[in-house]
Write a protein that binds this ligand. Sequence first.
Ligand SMILES: [Zn+2]
Length: 435
Amino acid sequence: MATTLSALREHIDATPFVDTHEHLLEERTRLAGPGAHRLQPCVDAALLFCHYAKDDLWSAGMPAVEQERFFSPTVDPADKWAILEPHWRRARHTGYLRAVAESIRLLFGIEHVDSLRFVEVSEEMSRRARPGFYRRLIHDVAGVETCQVNSLETTFCETQYPELLQQDLSLIAFSTGLDRSILDNFGQLSGLPTATLDDWHQVIEWAFATYGPRADAVKSQAAYQRRLNYAAVSAEEARPLFACLVKGEPLTGAQRQALEDHLMRFCIDQAEKARLPVKLHCGYYAGSDRMPLERVRQNAGDLCPLLADFPRVTFVLMHIGYPYQDEYIALAKHYHNVVVDLCWAWIVSPLACVRFVKEFLLAAPSNKLLTFGGDYATVENVVGHAAVARQGLAQALSELVSEGWLDETAAHDLVEPLMRGNAHQIFPIFASHHT
Ligand SMILES: [Zn+2]
């Protein structure tokens, strides 16, 4: 058993991940310093806690005033460890905190953080943040060959590094929470009118024509705002609703949902024409004190009509729908066009993911599982998250061997496809790359 695990660990450590989901800020944004983005309030070691770890610290009881000081760009890093330490001790074994600790260990060789080390990490972070440091961290330290980025800076990010940071085309602006300012913004960008639903269809077509050929997929995190029960609403039904929106007349909840249903299905039609997989946020919410778990629980069931109505579209269901991951195994097994992505999930609940990988591989075809997406805005965190994912993947495969479900050769044969090969098959951007 020990030798199986260590041999798998070695194989997994030597194999690059395709990282199928990040929110990495552009390197130039990072280098622009504190406040260049809301997820970059400071650039000292506290930045490592800003995306996700912050939520567990809050849940552990970190008061808002301490949180504000901890992430402040003007508080001296030498004073920050004392603010963090009691909350760090309470939350340190969670996946979010483990990913931070692993980043610090692998990047700076520090096993135990204390006040002095916190300052040391802060100084090293700023010393190393130079043009080109993203590539070094992502390739050389995290062992990731390419990242797929859902930019939080814009609908489609014109990245400095298109080979390293493939980009999702976000569907949110076109489909969800539509308002006058979004219409005006895209009217300006496209040079097209936005007065009618048919105009808006053309703006969406323009976006797919402009960005689609360079996108890895389309992405929607509408599940943060609504159920995923997108009904088939015709253009005839949606036209007057869009007209109300343009005139600034209020829409009822049901009317807004019907309009969004129509627009989302229109977008998925476009994705099908552009041969772009559709990535959907499913399951757990980032942040704190706002998750309507009853609605989240409905995600998998809500999606079934969409999966059946668009048989030629590949749906990538993200985050294993945690904590309802069993249902996503059922979807991947039953629907030929469903792929499940472990992105983010390794740090939400590492052991749930170990169980998930084991159960998935014995229930659904292995080519329908994507095993890593760091889901971070801060590049250093990708290193720690990739380490957590490698540890979990090695554990899952070695347990399947020791429990008699796989022989060692079969376990090793799964490593390359699970870490990168499946992604190369699923995302057409990899194919166009080589022609
Ligand atoms: Zn995400």
